[in-house]
Write a protein of this length. Structure first.
Length: 309
């Protein structure tokens, strides 16, 4: 049995919970709230555009907590993951409860939002774990940001922790800020929870609540035209299938790798690491060309990837 904390330790825990590591709980909460509010549209956009679902994302509770309090209870049927970063081995801790996993899978495969979906009461299946991993990866990328304010999260993330591993996983404890996103699908609700150590949150997002109203709109209006005129590198690529690592490691100079059937009509046009269109490779005189066939359907590509896996 774990030993009970001494009165002084208990007092410190209570004070830390109430005031936060900085001694300014309002600043911690305001910073977490500003960070989370910026993430909501991108998370909602992922469900709508990439998964092509009608799952709504609402910002739920935001609290000061301890990292250990956020982990799923032992015996849970949800999933969790710890994202490491350059500045912290636990920069981001994320969980999906069983209801959230059920909502994501059901919505992806055409469940009726008017019907109540029973949450899973078993360890998640391979496809459920795969979808949870996709969601965790997306959330980590959105929270990570870019440039000097980036968390520097290391990708790819580890596999989601499920089943018996939830209780066995050792976690560092410490003061954190917890953000809950409610996933809403008709009458069904699940929770995506994100926790960040306060030291990480304040180091990289501590100024998030300063000067965010009128100046932002003015700068956006001023530079909108310049942004639209900026040039982006455009890349056309042709997927040639999957090979084992052993096969790839054996590549050598002058080796010829044949394109699979229909590869010519599966070229993809990409800008800023985002696939925009499916194209057909062709030739006009001495120059190769790509003819746009249709906009890239991320949802279809995602489902086909799950099925082929």
């Amino acid at each position: 049995m774990a030993s009970q904390p001494a009165p002084a330790q208990m007092r410190d825990l209570i004070v830390e919970r109430l005031t936060g590591e900085t001694g300014n709980p309002d600043h911690v909460l305001d910073t977490a709230r500003a960070c989370a509010a910026r993430c909501v549209p991108d998370i909602a956009g992922y469900f709508e555009e990439t998964l092509n679902t009608t799952v709504e994302v609402e910002l739920g509770d935001i609290e000061i907590c301890r990292m250990a309090d956020v982990r799923l209870p032992e015996g849970s049927f949800g999933a969790m993951v710890v994202a490491t970063a350059e500045i912290s081995p636990d920069a981001l801790f994320m969980t999906l409860d069983a209801e959230a996993i059920t909502i994501a899978v059901g919505a992806l495969f055409g469940a009726d939002p008017e019907q109540v979906i029973s949450p899973i009461t078993r360890e998640p299946s391979e496809i459920e774990i795969e979808i949870a991993a996709k969601i965790f990866d997306m959330v980590a990328q959105i929270f990570n940001g870019a440039g000097e304010r980036s968390f520097g999260i290391r990708f790819p993330l580890e596999e989601p922790i499920v089943g018996e591993e939830i209780g066995a996983r050792a976690m560092r404890d410490g003061p954190a800020a917890k953000v809950v996103f409610d996933l809403v699908f008709g009458e069904n609700r699940g929770k995506l929870t994100v926790a960040l150590p306060q030291r990480v949150l304040l180091q990289l997002r501590g100024d998030a609540t300063a000067n965010t109203s009128a100046p932002a709109a003015a700068w956006r209006a001023r530079f909108n035209d310049e942004v639209m005129r900026s040039k982006l590198p455009l890349t056309a690529s042709i997927p040639i299938g999957e090979l084992t690592l052993r096969e790839i490691a054996g590549f050598h100079k002058d080796q010829v790798i044949p394109f699979p059937e229909q590869a010519q009509s599966q070229a993809r046009l990409t800008a800023r690491d985002q696939v925009l269109f499916v194209c057909e490779l062709g030739k006009l005189g001495q120059n190769y060309t790509v003819r746009i066939l249709q906009p890239f359907d991320a949802h279809e590509d995602f489902v086909e990837g799950l099925i082929s896996a």
